[in-house]
Ligand binder design. Structure first.
Ligand code: GRF
Length: 208
């Protein structure tokens, strides 16, 4: 059984989608823990409700970024994960940690990367007048919101969209593509070469 650790900071809707899929599709993997950097993250209750162990590494309790990074890395490494899944984890991870988990850590970002990396994605998409947006699951590299792309989903941008309506449309697709990407990983059907990810069974790495 592969060991998955999921890192969250908030709501936990992607976490819920992942736990649902893991159970329904009987993945050969176990979510061994959910780790949050915030004690008030709603996703912690989602995990507990499913009987998944939780840990909090509270950023507020550390005097420096370095001390927090070290504690987070120690907590995650002690869980011996085969895969680290960032599901709405809102902190930039330290480069040493990222490198140690290279090829074994995924993130989801609510845009069609490499466009709109960073924060306030939906506002920036609307301001740019984009007609399509979407979500991307990618392997994590030290370069924020970049890294080999596993799967992308596209959604239309409507003329009357607000940040909230666009975010909701994208989020619904996130809940489809993130479990798919993680399932591929635990099944061993992803191949990465020179930054390009291939799904070895030819399943589509896009969703329209
Ligand atoms: C999602 O939009 C995800 O793309 C971004 O943070 C949000 C997390 O939402 N990285 P949730 O906590 O999974 O509900």
């Amino acid at each position: 059984m592969m060991r998955i650790v999921i890192l969250i900071s908030g709501r936990g809707s992607n976490l819920r989608a992942l736990l649902d899929a893991a159970e329904a599709e009987r993945w050969p993997a176990q979510v061994v823990a959910v780790v949050s950097d915030r004690p008030d993250a709603a996703g912690l209750a989602v995990a507990r409700g499913r009987g998944v162990a939780t840990q909090v590494v509270d950023r507020q309790r550390f005097a420096s970024r370095e001390a927090f990074d070290a504690a987070l890395a120690a907590a995650v490494d002690a869980l011996a994960p085969d895969l680290v899944v960032l599901a709405g984890f809102m902190r930039i991870l330290d480069a040493g940690f990222v490198q140690r988990h290279a090829g074994r850590m995924m993130n989801i970002h609510p845009s069609l990367l490499p466009a709109f990396a960073g924060l306030h994605v939906h506002r920036r998409v609307l301001e740019a007048g984009c007609k399509l947006s979407g979500a991307t699951v990618h392997f994590v590299t030290p370069d924020l919101d970049h890294g080999p792309i596993v799967i992308q989903a596209a959604v239309p941008v409507h003329a009357d969209d607000t940040e909230a309506t666009l975010a909701a449309r994208v989020l619904e697709r996130e809940h489809v593509i993130y479990p798919r990407a993680v399932r591929w990983f635990v099944e061993g059907t992803l191949h990465v070469e020179r930054g390009i990810v291939t799904q070895l069974r030819g399943e589509p790495q896009w969703l329209l």
